[in-house]
Design a binder for this molecule. Sequence first.
Ligand code: 0A1
Ligand code: ZN
Length: 849
Amino acid sequence: MPDSDPRTIYLADYTPFTHVVEQVELTFRLAPATTRVLSKITFAPNPESDGGTFFLHGEALKLISARIDGAAVEVRPVEGGLTCDVPSGRFVWEAEVEISPESNTALEGLYMSNGMYCTQCEAEGFRKITYYPDRPDVMAPFKVRIEGDLPVLLSNGNPVAQGEGWAEWVDPWPKPAYLFALVAGELVNHLDSFTTASGKQVELNIWVRPGDKDKCAFGMDALKRSMAWDEQVYGREYDLDIFNIVAVDDFNMGAMENKGLNIFNSSAVLASPETATDANFERIEGIIAHEYFHNWTGNRITCRDWFQLCLKEGLTVFRDQQFTGDMRSHPVKRISDVLELRARQFREDNGPLAHPVRPESFVEINNFYTATVYEKGAEVIGMLKTLVGDTGYKAALDLYFERHDGDAATIEDWLKVFEDATGRDLSQFKRWYSQAGTPRVGVEEALSDGTYTLTLTQATPATPGQEVAEPLVIPVAVGLLSPNGDEVVPTQVLELTETRQEFTFEGLGAKPVLSILRNFSAPVILERDSPNAERAFLLAHDTDPFNRWEAGRALAKDVLVRMITEDAAPAPDYLSALNTVARDETLDPAFRALALGLPSQDDLAQTLFEARRTPDPLAIRRSVRALSRAIAEHSGETLSDLYDDMIVPGPYSPDAEAAGQRALRGAALGYLTLVDDGTRARAQFETADNMTEQLGALAALLNIDAAESELARFRAQWQGDRLVMDKWFGLQASMAPPDQAAERAQCLTEDSDFDWKNPNRFRAVIGGLAMNAAGFHAPTGANYRLVGDWLIRLDPVNPQTTARMTTAFQTWRRYDADRQGMIREVLEKIAATEGLSRDTTEMVGRILA
Ligand code: 0A1
Ligand code: ZN
């Protein structure tokens, strides 16, 4: 579909801009409906360009005046911007434009959120602020003057001068326009400082609305830990005198790494024990780190063009994952990341939206901030590190920073530093960047005369636009255990490079038990039907914690699939194995909490679909609930002991150890509530002094559809807190029983607090409903229509969030003909909407294709 759209942009068409920008000076005269932006930009011919027409991007701008070298110039409007005749050498462009931040509901460019001015320029929002070559390979130092009757006026770089109603900022580091930012408002700051390794003192601020000042301490601590970590692990120091973070309520994504002025969705930075869960704290720590790490991987070294997005995103996600592992627990982090990868990226990679980590064409770049670019992009870096080793990785990264500081780089540049630093040829490995789809790895074992032979195969299914896939370089970490549980071959990395390949291990007396793809060494699907006895053995004995968890998960899946398809009873072996793990005090509580989790209903639907069975969302839900109840009954005593023992003494602290204990206690509560009529959950709701326990209790009660009074009390208590109210909305939409989902969702959208133009609230309700597997797929199709109609309504207001949320329908071909028919109708209705945005048009087109 994108290829048939005349607006498609291709990687192969890249050409450098005709000019370089030597200096940018901007003046903002802020007014809600009539902000004036004055620009003064010094252009010089780009020696790397073959010439061509001078072109500046610009969208929704009212041009007041334009001058070149002081003389008025006649500009010619063209699609997406303007062009004009320019001198052959260096020249100064000056323009004045008018924009209206208050009517900017798309939240791209300069907009207003709760009376405060803020910006979002990635990917192509700067062109809504002024005329400019809005492309990441045009980098320039910026000087910014802000005039406005507001106490706090912020931009990138260092503050150089300020007075009543104005402030000036200079950012000495050349940057692309997508990293520009401006904030103005009545804000208060949580102030701190950090001294860098070389002794430079950096002022740190988190800017928030006055009522939120008590929710900044954790974010600040996470920032300081991130700064220290990047120095210690990557040798990267911060490079300005000040680092500002601002929390805004209306934001399309999590946060944005603007140079020296990170802007955050308030949900990704604000936290207090009473209002944020342990999961929120961990997410905030990870996002603060992610945005901070972009200062080197994204800002100092940026992307040549948007096709290279994974250059900064894959690497920065990989870095934030390493950081969280170091701060908390590596196995627990790895398991959580793989859960996330399978839930979001595998779903994408195995459906109509599949695309390579580095796409080769797009219509709207905002549609490519995907799990594939981010999460699979990070997996690809993890594989590289596994293949070249820790020392090779470090040498390559040192070379990357040394060679490319100040550059707008490409994936070719990235791979070249690995080749140069390690001497390894990465031409085959590079296919991970250009080939979409999740590879399937097959496994065969044989033992003869003490030689154990492992035969691995690989195949990647066809994806949109790619019929044939070439073999990849797949690092497969394996270990072999003897039948008594000793490790006879410790972890080693096999490199699978061919379609079929044999690996041998000598000197084995008995057939070993294979532990394969340890620590999930590659983002692949293992096609292997191992006996459940072997899985139970690995769950009990594997030395690789990831694979221990994975064995338990495979068992659970097998049990569930049998329950769904054969009406089998919950397997007793599984129940007792799970009970043993839950009781095992040598295991980290956080790990045990993960082990107690069951595969998601969506995961089961995909598993059935791959086994060529049509998933019935209601049957899946019934089985998951039946198994949960069976676990609760079988392990009643264990769960009850855990619930009593895992109480964390003392005041709430979000640290990993305490959070792990609460997670295990919360998992126990979830099961126990199925068999105790909600007694424990009700008591916990009553006494909870932190959001983790309050929300955990509420969710447990909702799960047995007995939360009416708690919902009302929760609302009365938290009415004034937007982020907590998002949880109230989200939980109800995502947990409503299938026969009530439509009615409840309708009711939530009619609620006086359903502020649908706020992306967090919209996502809580409409996104929550789409995540309610059985509820969303209720046989009437009412929820498909409800989601579809809301997307049609949101599109003209906020195309970016609308387009992202069309992914609710990406798995539609899994389902039966009736459901497919109803979803097709909804998608076609969206597609036929007059004036539909380019963003949503592209997404719906790809999903339908
Ligand atoms: N670069 C940011 C994510 C981001 C991307 C696009 C946005 O608006 C279109 C906003 C934020 C990150 O990776 O955190
Ligand atoms: Zn990022």
